[in-house]
Design a protein around this ligand. Structure first.
Ligand code: ASP
Length: 339
């Protein structure tokens, strides 16, 4: 059956489009376009019509910053009405961060924005790029999805719930605290109960500011005094990856005064868990109630990737510190399950 949908492919770089050069794998626009042209399925009647826009420069995704997020967001916003859906071809290393960032930046989004990439480049005989691109295009042309998501290795995940959990498996992403939005087996089966409903408001893009934020992972024996020097008034937000349900080592009571000082300085402190699965529950243990008393807020089951992106997003809007703290404890785009 003829597919009448139109999808815009935004090529940002990453392994998917890399080719062998004398210096090793590197992204090359012309060679990647030629490889895409040579896949007959991409031009079959059942496929949506698609155009491609290349970001300049093409990047290994380890180099992605808010500048590139703003550039990708701008391409989507400029062509929002002209296309039914968007596919963002991206390196796997930071794909979960970009998916999270776009989910917040695209306000009142109701179109599918599907990020994908691959572990093996399209130029190799054995690769996962071909299926990831074809299926991502079909999902972007479906009427089922109204949010930013990530397709990889047969699973469609909510973008801001996803994490890269394997450096070499072809099924490289998971969303440990949320079910897949779809699974692509013989057919693409959408999980209607898990998908967000379409937004009604007017679509708008929120560009991000490169605000100074940080992430600290606690570990046994951590010497909190060393972090005192980074917890200055300059630091706008910090994600603390705690043990289990939100616990921190209580030794020498060293962290709490630092957190209290940071909070008094206006730094927003978010408590996440190092456990990929499960939620923070501040106050469940003595070792975590003190965090709340010192001014920290709960990230519940949010991923660190989404917490970082959400901090960038909220600090890019004209909001007071208290508004930001309140919104960090609310689900804005389905990124957390509020306990
Ligand atoms: N380093 C690459 C990137 O993230 C890895 C990949 O795409 O799989 O751009």
């Amino acid at each position: 059956m003829m597919n009448n949908k139109k999808v815009l492919v935004i090529y940002t770089g990453g392994t998917i489009g890399m080719v062998n050069t004398p210096l090793g794998y590197a992204p090359q626009k012309e060679a990647f376009h030629a490889l895409l042209e040579a896949i007959p399925e991409l031009h079959a009647a059942e496929m949506p019509r698609w155009d491609i826009v290349d970001m300049d420069p093409l990047l290994d995704s380890s180099n992605i910053t808010v500048v590139e997020w703003n550039a990708i967001g701008a391409v989507i916003a400029e062509r929002y009405d002209a296309y039914d859906g968007f596919v963002v071809l991206h390196g796997t290393d930071t794909m979960a961060y970009t998916a999270s960032a776009l989910s917040f930046m695209l306000r009142n989004n109701r179109k599918p924005v599907v990020l994908t990439g691959s572990q093996i480049p399209l130029c190799e005989i054995r690769n996962d790029a071909r299926d990831n691109i074809i299926t991502a295009l079909l999902i972007a042309a479906s009427d089922q999805v109204h949010e930013v998501c990530l397709y990889f290795g047969g699973k469609l995940l909510r973008g801001n719930r996803s994490v890269k959990y394997s450096a070499d498996d072809l099924i490289a992403f998971e969303s440990p605290n949320y079910p897949p939005l779809a699974e692509a087996g013989i057919a693409i089966r959408f999980n209607a109960a898990a998908l967000l409903p379409p937004c009604r408001g007017r679509f708008a893009i929120q560009p991000l500011k490169n605000v100074p934020i940080g992430v600290i992972k606690v570990f046994p024996g951590i010497q909190f005094e060393l972090f005192d020097s980074i917890m200055t008034e300059r630091l706008r937000g910090i994600v603390i990856e705690t043990f289990g349900a939100g616990n921190i080592p209580a030794h020498a009571n060293a962290l709490l005064p630092i957190i209290r000082k940071a909070s008094d300085n206006g730094t927003v402190i978010i408590v996440c868990s190092q456990c990929p699965h499960g939620t923070v529950s501040l106050g469940a243990y003595e070792t975590s109630s003190a965090l709340r008393d010192a001014g920290a807020v709960s990230g519940f089951d949010i991923t660190t990737e989404a917490a970082v992106a959400k901090l960038y997003y909220l600090f890019s809007r004209k909001l007071s510190g208290d508004d930001i703290r309140a919104r960090m404890e609310k689900s804005l785009r389905g990124e957390m399950t509020v306990g």
